[in-house]
Design a protein around this ligand. Structure first.
Ligand SMILES: C[S@@+](CC[C@H](N)C(=O)[O-])C[C@H]1O[C@@H](n2cnc3c(N)ncnc32)[C@H](O)[C@@H]1O
Length: 186
């Protein structure tokens, strides 16, 4: 069972980590992964879920970043888009507002992944993308939830999304892209 679980605990954990987050992140989050995540963005508005201090989308014009940790968001000083203190499980946005939703290091903290994906499905325009960067290293299993291809296949199916890509990044992390269908039912 992951050590960091539950919304309140997650928020407290990141509020505590926030002053040193960028130092830790510089070691963990490789620039080439960030580039791959960004290359998967579609033209249009981007929602960064669990934006943290803004590392992934700070310079993306018109991006919207949401996070439950006030301490993390308060450090996203150079963020060019809008920052919203909000829970990804109940995102306060209109239906079909975004072409891309990115979770860089945040999806595995969400308490109900299917419910989260159904919300993301609602927020996406037809044909829109969800881009997930998550941990894959086996030794992190006691600390955080590790999702593998089979998990993503099941999650995508249950949320009515197509799994476009699921790529292992040297067994350390994974890059996953899901897509909403273009028809009204998809
Ligand atoms: C590992 S950090 C990643 C931050 C940033 N995306 C990056 O790549 O540097 C995970 C972030 O997800 C946020 N988070 C966790 N659960 C959340 C939720 N339910 N709603 C919104 N943000 C959440 C945390 O507060 C934290 O800032």
């Amino acid at each position: 069972m992951p050590l960091v679980r539950g919304q309140a605990r997650t928020r407290r954990f990141f509020d505590w980590l926030a002053p040193n987050y960028d130092i830790v992140n510089r070691v963990i989050f490789r620039p080439e992964w960030r580039a791959m995540v960004r290359e998967a963005f579609l033209p249009g508005r981007v929602l960064d879920v669990g934006v943290g201090t803004g590392y992934t989308t700070a310079d993306v014009p018109g991006a919207v970043g949401i996070d439950i940790s006030r301490e993390m968001v308060s450090r996203a000083k150079s963020y060019r888009g809008d920052l919203v203190l909000a829970d990804a499980m109940a995102p306060p946005f209109r239906t079909a507002s975004f072409s891309t939703i990115v979770c860089a290091g945040s999806f595995y903290y969400l308490p109900d992944p299917v419910k989260a994906l159904l919300e993301f499905h609602r927020l996406l325009t037809p044909g829109g993308r969800i881009v997930l960067l998550g941990p894959e290293a086996w030794f992190l299993r006691p600390v955080v939830r590790i999702l593998v291809r089979r998990d993503y296949e099941v999650l995508a199916r249950r949320a009515g999304l197509d799994l476009e890509r699921c790529e292992s990044l040297r067994g350390v992390a994974s890059l996953v892209v899901m897509r909403k269908g273009t028809s009204s039912g998809g």
